[in-house]
Design a protein around this ligand. Structure first.
Ligand code: ZN
Length: 69
């Protein structure tokens, strides 16, 4: 599952943990994700002049409002 959210819909990268930045945990609720199983890829963010690349992922509950496996 993959979707791309605008920057304004994501939490600020500076507020996230290392796990959230590399896509190992939901960017909203910090739930640990299982890649390819319950994660939703929100679109990789490239490195900028002010920060490194990061890889936002969310859990299904936060992205869709429900768990549907
Ligand atoms: Zn979540």
């Amino acid at each position: 599952m993959s979707t791309y959210l605008g920057e304004d819909l994501l939490p600020g990268v500076e507020t996230l943990t290392a796990e959230q930045r590399r896509g190992a945990a939901c960017v909203w609720c910090e739930t640990t994700l299982q890649p390819g199983i319950d994660d939703v890829d929100l679109g990789a963010r490239h490195a900028t002049r002010t920060g490194p690349a990061w890889f936002p992922r969310g859990c299904r509950r936060c992205c869709y409002g429900r768990d549907d496996r």
